[in-house]
Design a protein around this ligand. Sequence first.
Ligand code: SAH
Ligand code: SF4
Length: 344
Amino acid sequence: MDFLAGKTPKDLEQWLLSVGENEDYAVPLLTGFYRKKIRDIMEVKELPLALRHKMKAAFTDGYYEPSHVEVSVDGSRKYLFSAGGKGFIESVYLPEKARHTLCVSTQAGCRMGCAFCCTGQMGFRGNLSEREILNQILSVPESNQLNRIVFMGMGEPFDNCEALFRVLSILTSSWGLAFGNEKITVSTVGILPCILRFLNETKCHLALSVHSPFPEERKKWIPAENKYPLKETILAISREKVNRHRRITAEYVMMAGINDSREHLEGLIHLFHGTVFRINLIPFNSFEGSKIHPSEASAMQYFMKKLNAAGISATIRRSRGTDISAACGQLGNSVMLVRKPGLQ
Ligand code: SAH
Ligand code: SF4
């Protein structure tokens, strides 16, 4: 049996031709499956009955429920999904007034090894398939309410490029989930070739993890700086014609006594002044075993005020779900827990 989740019209056209059917059925079939959320193929009434029977024998939907949920006092929820031999992955639902956001994982663990990140410390357990990425969006109980998707869960999305681009196409196409491009943000540590492809092939928002304006220091926190220096990445992005509807954000996780000095502020202003970037200041989320603390709220306010005064649009991201370790970069804690014998 094959899975429908993760399939594009091209995949199905090939299959339809291979069983002697008309390839034109691919689009109505996927529209029924993704957009109308019909999970049982027999219910896609636009298709001839004989074809529905053939499909039923060859495909299942491929979705599966989360195995665990934790609810925060602030209403956010962390879901744990099994990813087969790759262990467990996490997704976080973040409701805020009219916004219903899902923070999605793209890998089990991560091979980027950022020194401040809980997922980075887990190591790499494998790429998620298109199906495993989409399943998070379609199998959380709040699936029908979601109006924002952020690829800021476990893993580096651009280290799983092919699956990511297929998922983005399924999410935004009219035969897919018909999700607005402006409702989707992909966060990356800065893998330049994929960033350029992303800017050319999609209309979604981009977030770039910065965390230090100084190359030598950034290398210590984000080893990917060695291969993809931030400065070159910013220049390359600035050379692209960025549509004004597309948001390009620099994420800056603020760590007390580490990257919240006056020099860091000046470095940031120097780096981003006159560019397309806006800056999102994020309080560091502590997790068990981490010796890093978040910057004081006053330091974050100071950064925001000075950046704005320098003509760089800056905002502070509110920390959510910290009581259930559901904030950015904390994912991985419960994954490690369920791996302990006796707890599974
Ligand atoms: N791999 C991608 C996306 C997943 S991480 C990336 O690094 O951009 C999403 C965001 O969470 C990144 O900006 C990352 O730097 C940040 N992050 C990691 N650990 C964190 C922590 N402990 N507290 C706050 N943010 C963290
Ligand atoms: Fe991976 Fe992002 Fe964590 Fe770095 S910050 S280890 S790229 S998930």
